[in-house]
Design a protein around this ligand. Sequence first.
Ligand code: AMP
Ligand code: MG
Length: 379
Amino acid sequence: METKFVTITKAEPQSPGIREAARIIQNGGLTAFPTETVYGLGGNALDADASRKIYKAKGRPSDNPLIVHIADFEELPALVSEIPDAARVLMRLYWPGPMTLIFRKTERVPSGTTGGLDTVAVRMPSHPVARALIRAAQVPIAAPSANLSGRPSPTKASHVWEDMKGRIDLILDGGEVGIGLESTIVDVTGPVPALLRPGYISEQMLQEALGRITVDAASIGPVSAGLRPKAPGMKYRHYAPEAPLTLVRGEPARVEKAICFHVKEALLAGEDVGVLCALESLPLYRGRLGADCSSCPQLREMSCECRGTEKKGDGRLVLAAAGARQRPEEIAHNLYDVLRFFDSVRVGRIFSECFEDGELAGAVMNRLEKAAGYHRMDV
Ligand code: AMP
Ligand code: MG
């Protein structure tokens, strides 16, 4: 299949790129599009065949349900059989926005879209391109993240191209996404709302809005035998770079020392190693590990990131900063791009600092822990 790539400059339902994408969705095809969280891979949510195509394009297990995207509140009653009070509170506060709610579904939503569940995940995105596309298509759009299953979610159209070229009909390029992490998922079907996946809307924000919430164990720790996550997707290895990733956690000085020690060992053993760190720690690793980024052709010096590679011992050292520690939203925004960068330079293993400052820390660490397969060194 040939995949078209269209850059969107005007996010209106009538603009040509959006109309073409909408027609593809109406005809049962697939279109990737930007949202404020990550890029989505969209198909008609009411068409079980379109959902099957989404699973196939992503290589996603078919028991992992899709999120259904709507643009207006009037679309909700056709999809869900009940709108609990907690949902009304959250929708008033955070829709349109980066929050997905789990409802009981109506007959109109095919079980092929919901992985066989009798519930459905619904979100109303705020991104103008996503909203224009849903309105132009005139159907709710089922859209998981537009990456191959298991890979880091796409935050740029070029990431989607890497993963989906030849597998889908069209990619709408609307530039970089804003947030960079997937939506917060809240299950409102039970007596107490449950947080199934942390995101930009934090646990504290939900608690303030609702008074009481529970947190699904699978959203904060490894899925052990016998534990069935309420969001089926949480059981899979996710968001992960190809190389094994180890998180190093503790006092900053000890973390730096431990990372330098392990990196030097690996370099001497001839391994190519990546270090994922905060912008502030870059000079330290450069100094201690002897990387001379100024002479490195791959250096990318920007306000939020600095990357370089340098021969050291027999192995190759790759340093990448996701952002400044004081700006967690910058770290969230760049995290997947940096993980994909490590894939592109083919390091053999990665060590990462932990980013535990600020309200976004829950979401950032959830993605990093999963990317690391919960492999962590406490120092
Ligand atoms: P993605 O679309 O890639 O962001 O993944 C969607 C996430 O939403 C996965 O973790 C799913 O398991 C979760 N999800 C979708 N529908 C439901 C549902 N009906 N109940 C619980 N979790 C859901
Ligand atoms: Mg995903």
